[in-house]
Design a protein around this ligand. Sequence first.
Ligand code: SAH
Ligand code: SF4
Length: 353
Amino acid sequence: MTMHNLIEKAYQTNDLSKEEIIALIETIKPEEREILYKRALKTKQKYYGNKVYLRGLIEFSNICRQDCLYCGLRASNTKVERYRLTPGEILACCDKGYELGYRTFVLQSGEDLWYTVEILSELIRQIKKRYDQEVAVTLSIGERGAETYQSLFASGADRFLMRHETATEELYESLHPTMSFTNRRACLNALKEIGYQVGAGFMVGLPGQTPADLAEDLHYLKELHPDMIGIGPFIPHSETPLGKEKGGTVDDTLVMVALARLLVPDSLIPATTALGTLHPLGREMALQAGANVVMPIITPTSVRKQYALYENKICGDDHPEDCRYCIERRIQAVGQEVDLGKGDSWKFIVGSL
Ligand code: SAH
Ligand code: SF4
């Protein structure tokens, strides 16, 4: 099949075989990428129009018990200064975010068991009550037991982001000495079963990752059919075992964002901070290649730089209000519009009609 036909097939049928995905990744030329991005943009517009949903991101603890080889927060990295926001401090971030117009709060952290199910449940209830149930609470706190996920859902959590990281078992196991491929998948299945809007996703450009691995990621996403899909480039962090490896590229990541849009057309796809870190216009390019969510940081400026999953992360000296308006300008500059609503996924809205 010619590249043009492959892109057309993806656009018309929202389906490509693994072989077709591999061929596309291996042979796509720059001018063909532009066609792919336009098709992905058009597909996003069919489901979500020109809207871009904003989520206020609160990075509430950088303490982590896991040891993912790629991540600057891994337990073995003794060079990070660790911090933990109290529930009161997290609520203050929410107040600031609410004032700035955000109606989704994403609470993200390392795997920090100081936040017990009781502490988290109470925090979630407080957030929901404080704003009269008008906000969505998204958790991104890593692996816990199904009972914990169930209790947090019962307390009002709406969504859960947990990237599958890579859908190839061998690659997954080699990057996660303290975790297992089977358990990651079991967690994602449990979250979906409980009723969360679930976000999965992966990194592009991991050491040893091949086009076949990326095709596996896309097929896994098609099968799981999550509400959200986070895709970002791997960016090496010098205080990790992968510090000297090459990272992912902007182009490769954008191709995967566009393919995710074409293959899971009704999903919510963020233009990730990692893309914005690799290129000053990385997030804008993602919005023009099928992404439709941005997650501006509302973490207090005093601890932002300590939440370094990777190095040179953007916005480290900014305040929440800087990010709010900077993002709005960027979205408008590419001819799209900010939507400050809760921003549920298409699947979730249709499923609840
Ligand atoms: N601890 C939770 C949430 C925080 S990590 C979890 O792991 O699910 C959030 C995401 O950051 C991870 O899913 C991973 O995909 C991404 N990440 C970590 N290190 C990174 C790096 N060096 N480059 C790019 N993304 C990274
Ligand atoms: Fe911890 Fe998440 Fe980083 Fe893994 S990716 S080390 S679980 S913060």
